[in-house]
Design a protein around this ligand. Sequence first.
Ligand SMILES: [Cu+2]
Length: 298
Amino acid sequence: MNGASSYAGLVDRAFIFILGTSVLLLVGVTAVMIGFIIRYRRSKNPNPAQIEGSATLETIWTVLPTILVLVMFYYGWAGFKVMRDIPDGAEQVTVKAKKWSWLFEYENGKESTELMVPVGRPVALNLTSSDVIHSFFVPAFRLKEDCVPGRTNHAWFEAIRPGRFDLLCAEYCGDQHSAMLSKVVAVPADSFDAWLGLDSGPPTGRQLLDLRGCAACHTIDGKKLVGPSFKGVFGEKVTVMTDGVERTIEVDEDYLRRSILNPKADLVGGYEDKMPEQRDLVTDEEVEAIIKFIKGLR
Ligand SMILES: [Cu+2]
């Protein structure tokens, strides 16, 4: 196996031990069963015999499985303990999961849609969700931990080699669950420090569509996803449902602002009411930057 985190070997050891034991037992039990079927078949043994119990046999089949299960527990516990003990001085990253995107926030406030990490240094994750339960899953690191709304979960890992590793949501969370993908990008520690220190200024409207997760449901090329595309929408006349009443409005700045902060207010015809309110998730400046970007999308 080819794990990319410091504790991946411990997880693999428990997995292989349990899988190996199970395969051996399956093969053994099946072989004995087939042997007995042949050996004690009715044509050879027409009369059943009364069999007395055997204290030796019973002791063996009680003690052996107990030992096996205890060894499984030991391997599982040894790995679990390492995964739960977050090392001091780990790089702190807040994971913000939402329908349907990942956002990673570093201690200095830097944000990224990919999880950039240093190789050879522990990274502590504070896992949060703003809507439903998601699950942070990085198969190469043997790491999976739920992101639960209303609480912060903790996990950590240390990447042992550079690379781009798949990061996915492992908890079914709605329409675009399968598209809730990102990458863990492990780079040498000095490259990471340089990246982290790089001040790129406030994100542009285009970058905000990714950072705030808008792009999971709205395209900028005219394609329809869960919600309407932003392309050419500004200045268009659209039919919306307002308090259950259908009306036609022109898409202007006020309409866009209202639709970001309170998407239920005017629901565009033909779309379901799926978008969560963004009031607490975007700042006023970010809303204006997004509106400016949408205005320019002709
Ligand atoms: Cu999810």
